[in-house]
Design a protein around this ligand. Structure first.
Ligand SMILES: Nc1ncnc2c1ncn2[C@@H]1O[C@H](COP(=O)(O)OP(=O)(O)OP(=O)(O)O)[C@@H](O)[C@H]1O
Ligand SMILES: [Mg+2]
Length: 307
């Protein structure tokens, strides 16, 4: 299976609830796309940085780190991103210092709602516009490892707000361009990361609805992470689920109860997968639950092959 349709995109937004595996999926997708010859940038949002452990690299900070010619990563930091933006707009450090080190300007900027979110989202978008000296895109695709659901949605709402309330000017022009790109299914896609459990599945469906109806951000992929390989056939599972609960008094009964719990989990897992594929009209990509440490380069390479 290739990474298509994600491989065709310029901007992938990896989102989902806290702890479901967004950074793991960003890393695995990045490694996979880089191995397919794409130039990839993974952009994290001021994260407690664990990507470097996953990729086996030095710490990843607010300056872009080129890991290989195909794969780069950055952990965006809002204040530094704002400064870069100011410098770009004013094209002079002296002017920047004059303006931005002015206490009133600083206060004004910090008072713009969502400015820190935009500093990071806008920076990630701006990297899609960067060119090499030969005129090619510097990055074929930017993978945004977005903040966990609530904050992630808040961040994605900002450019829309800017296009609606900020008067015409540089900020508005960039937000307009970014917003147009985020809504174009040929260029941008959300990658939703979910777990095969009931509540996370419901939340993933809600997140997809918010993306579709409120933000009009196209959905490119659903990744169900931490999937257990099925051990039992449907008939076996049905038999196991009929085992009585209660204290097991023999080793056999104990094993039976463990098998019952596993069978129930497998059933819930498959029900969640059905709900997701029907609700989203997309066949989910599944990533197995690894029993070794998943935050290691060999584990990430293993997951990268599963796409
Ligand atoms: N398929 C998997 N098998 C086993 N462990 C996994 C798997 N996917 C992720 N993990 C582990 O689960 C933990 C959370 O993963 P990760 O950091 O990718 O989540 P996240 O969604 O980015 O979290 P946050 O919301 O805090 O940024 C990590 O320790 C990671 O190594
Ligand atoms: Mg993360």
């Amino acid at each position: 299976m290739s990474m298509a349709p994600v491989a065709q995109l310029r901007f992938a937004i990896v989102t989902g609830k806290g702890g479901v595996g967004k950074t793991t999926v960003s890393a695995a997708m990045g490694v996979r796309l880089a191995s397919e010859g794409k130039r990839v940038l993974i952009a994290m949002c001021n994260a407690k940085e664990r990507l470097s452990t996953m990729l086996g690299t030095p710490p990843i900070g607010p300056d872009v780190l080129e890991i290989t010619p195909q794969l780069s990563a950055v952990n965006m930091e809002p204040e530094q991103a704002l400064e870069e933006y100011g410098m770009m707009a004013l094209k002079s450090r002296a002017l920047y210092t004059l303006l931005f080190d002015n206490k009133y300007v600083r206060t004004f900027f910090r008072a713009v709602p969502g400015i820190h979110e935009w500093a990071m989202l806008g920076k990630a978008w701006w990297h899609t516009t960067e060119l090499l000296p030969n005129g090619q895109n510097k990055y074929d695709i930017v993978i945004l490892d977005a903040p966990a659901t609530g904050h992630g949605l808040d961040m994605l709402r900002v450019p829309k707000v800017i296009t609606e309330v900020v008067p015409p000017g540089l900020l508005r022009r960039d937000a307009d361009r970014a917003w147009q790109m985020f809504q174009d299914p040929k260029l941008t896609g959300a990658v939703l990361v979910a777990l095969p459990e009931e509540m996370p599945t419901t939340e993933t469906l809600e997140l997809a609805t918010a993306l579709r109806t409120e933000l009009h951000i196209p959905l490119a992929k659903v990744v169900v992470n931490g999937v257990l390989p099925p051990l039992f056939s449907r008939e076996e599972a049905a038999l196991l689920e009929r085992l009585p609960d209660g204290m097991a008094e023999t080793v056999e009964a104990d094993a039976g109860l463990a098998a019952k719990r596993r069978a129930i989990r497998e059933r819930i897992q498959s029900e969640c997968m059905t709900r997701l594929s029907q609700g989203l009209d997309l066949a989910p990509t599944t990533l197995p639950l690894l029993f070794e440490d998943a935050a290691r380069p060999d584990a990430i390479r293993n997951l990268a092959r599963r796409f």
